[in-house]
Design a protein around this ligand. Structure first.
Ligand SMILES: Nc1ncnc2c1ncn2[C@@H]1O[C@H](COP(=O)(O)OP(=O)(O)OP(=O)(O)O)[C@@H](O)[C@H]1O
Length: 344
């Protein structure tokens, strides 16, 4: 990581191209974009109709000539052209300021752990397409750990679990590098899908996207309500209908995807040397990513691992904030010089 830090300090913009949201951080300015990674397109003319929140509001409600596209899937750019158009639209005005300060745009982008060369290239091409002369790729796990304020450069274990929309990534870090890591394709989307399937199977109701929100709120409420009324489309008749969904049943439905996260944590711990696992017994693990605040996730991990669990401050923006901290030189590499003689 020490070598990478030198390169990162020359960057002036940090980008997190997430499956759910795109975030952009400008050096010495802060977070300037935090918008859904989604565009609405006119299929007749090919022109963009809306980008970000506006396009998100159109999803599921479009006539035939409007197509809602998600150019990023699982943290990987799957439609480079559309991703470039989305990013250009989101950042053009904000980047003008950075361009005035420095005419050469250097970008730092976080990419999911273990991304293949094609995914790396897609991220680089997306950024060069909007004018970046140089693109530095940083593992999301390192960026998020730095963004959470974990002492990743120190010779002690830090454990980070990044729960995004499409995936959950788990790592143990020490001395600025990843010691063991796992990625499972289970995130907020899989959890939402489990709830939608539960309502469909138990109540024969197709739940619209916005129908998930009251169920999330019910899970978070203290004490949780026994049931929540949601409106959707009857599977058989196609008519609008309201049902009462039990909070306990929703919690049960999301347990299956959450168990996959717990399994990934166990696998990472098994790969780690005992000294690092002993450190973690004291320090615990940190949850980051938008799904970190999912009610019950922290307590489930606490019960399943016996470790203490902290949810990071602003968990959804940890990765891009970590890139920003590295760009701004807030992370100091540990200098190790075995030949240095003690003058005393
Ligand atoms: N308050 C909340 N309660 C439950 N889930 C939430 C909440 N806020 C956000 N989420 C979930 O967090 C996910 C988005 O997280 P995040 O913004 O970290 O994703 P991303 O970085 O775009 O995804 P990825 O890292 O997989 O590419 C969504 O699935 C969303 O449903």
């Amino acid at each position: 990581m020490t070598f990478g830090l030198e390169q990162l300090r020359r960057c002036n913009v940090a980008v997190d191209l997430g499956a759910a949201r795109t975030r952009v951080y400008l050096k010495d300015t802060g977070l300037v974009v935090d918008e859904p990674s989604i565009v609405a397109l006119n299929t007749h003319t090919g022109s963009l109709i809306a980008v970000g929140s506006l396009a998100d509001g159109m999803a599921g409600r479009t006539p035939k000539h409007i197509r809602v596209v998600r150019p990023i899937s699982g943290g990987t750019v799957v439609d480079i052209d559309m991703a470039q158009r989305m990013l250009r639209h989101l950042v053009s005005q904000k980047l003008r300021k950075a361009w005035r300060r420095s005419p050469v745009l250097r970008a730092a982008v976080c990419i999911p752990h273990d991304s293949d060369p094609l995914a790396q290239r897609a991220a680089v091409e997306t950024l060069t397409g909007i004018g970046a002369r140089r693109v530095e790729l940083v593992d999301t796990l390192i960026a998020a750990a730095v963004g959470c304020g974990l002492p990743v450069e120190q010779p002690e274990a830090s454990m980070i679990v990044v729960c995004g929309a499409a995936s959950t990534q788990v790592a143990v870090l020490s001395l600025g590098s990843i010691v063991a890591a796992e990625k499972v394709l289970v995130g907020g989307d899989a959890i939402d899908y489990a709830v939608v399937q539960h309502v469909r199977n138990q109540h024969e109701l197709m739940l619209p996207t916005q129908g998930l929100h009251p169920l999330h709120l019910a899970l978070r409420a203290v004490p949780p309500p026994e049931g929540t009324e949601v409106r959707g489309r009857d599977v058989a008749t196609g008519l609008s209908r309201t049902v009462r969904v039990s909070t306990a049943h929703v919690r049960e439905a999301i347990n299956t995807p959450l168990t996959a996260v717990l399994d990934a944590i166990s696998r990472v711990l098994r790969e780690c040397p005992p000294d690092l696992v002993a450190d973690l017994g004291v320090r615990g693990l940190t949850l980051a990513g938008g799904s970190a605040v999912l009610p019950g996730l922290d307590s489930m991990i606490r019960t399943g691992t016996g470790m203490s669990v902290q949810i990071a401050k602003d968990p959804d923006v940890c990765s891009v904030a970590g890139l920003g901290a590295m760009m701004e030189g807030k992370v100091q590499p540990m200098h190790l010089d075995p030949l240095e003689v003690d003058p005393s």
